[in-house]
Design a protein around this ligand. Structure first.
Ligand code: SAH
Length: 246
């Protein structure tokens, strides 16, 4: 029996190791993630509040077991922990995790950070989490479907999974690569490979093949030139999906 190699692109991890010290610099390489983070939190909150039928107090995060897959330096993990969730953050980058741990200490939030792949974590802790988040990570792995399958295994039946990534469109090429990397140099050149971007229809097909039902989708609009950011209906560049585990 052949052993499957881990679903990790070492060259991709190396890129994040190199710039990890900038993770919490609001004006550095991760500025776009800081700017879109409140939008992701808003989208996730709406669905979690709805799930617990608690729209008014909007505190559906309290004591929820959440795993943040490809958490990096912990931008989303910390926001979720601050809202009362019990957060586990996993990543395959050593430096991003070191930065995440240090920052959590500074902020005074408790988060369980681990260096492990989603696939391995799914073997160890199947159906252990109320919510899985996997933001801006699928476009950096050799086999995104395998991560989606692992996320589905990690979540409890009836739980929610949120995926965000970049659509494979001409507009995403122009904005995320030509404008953000080559012209404005907002993120390092080579951060993204357009071939690894994923159409929403493809992501939904993979999700449905692994026991998930997509219940909502939203565009995350970010203009690297003006810095404007908002949720909207257009999925043509960055988008976020909410899936329900059947
Ligand atoms: N999800 C975070 C960080 C996105 S950057 C956020 O949106 O704020 C992408 C992250 O995915 C990096 O931290 C990188 O180290 C991680 N990553 C890439 N391939 C991975 C893999 N196979 N397993 C776990 N993490 C991975």
């Amino acid at each position: 029996m052949s052993i499957k190699p881990p679903n990790v692109n070492e060259a991709e991890i190396a890129k994040f190791e190199q710039v990890a010290s900038q993770w919490w610099d609001l004006t550095g390489d991760f500025k776009p993630l800081h700017q879109i983070n409140p939008l992701r939190v808003q989208f996730i909150s709406q669905h979690i509040a709805h799930q617990v039928n608690d729209i008014e107090s909007n505190n559906g995060f309290y004591n929820k077991e959440i795993i943040d897959v490809g958490c990096g330096g912990g931008i989303l993990s910390e926001s979720l922990a601050k809202m009362g969730a019990k957060v586990t953050g996993i990543d395959m980058g050593t430096e991003p995790l070191n930065i995440a741990k240090l920052h959590a200490l500074e902020t005074g939030v408790s988060i369980n950070y681990q260096k492990i792949t989603a696939e391995e974590k799914a073997v160890q802790n199947p159906e252990c989490f109320d919510v899985v988040t996997c933001m801006e990570m699928l476009e950096h792995v050799p086999d995104p479907e395998s991560v989606i399958q692992a996320c589905s295994t990690l979540v409890k039946p009836g739980g929610l999974i949120f995926f965000s990534t970049l659509n494979k469109s001409i507009k995403s090429y122009l904005l995320a690569i030509v404008a953000a990397e080559k012209l404005l140099k907002i993120v390092p050149d080579g951060t993204h490979d357009h071939k690894k971007f994923i159409r929403p229809s493809q992501l939904i097909t993979w999700a449905e093949a692994h026991g998930l039902k997509c219940i909502d989708a939203s565009g995350i609009h970010y203009n690297p030139i003006t810095g404007s950011h908002k949720l909207n209906d257009s999925l043509d560049v960055n988008y976020i999906l909410c899936c329900y585990k059947l």
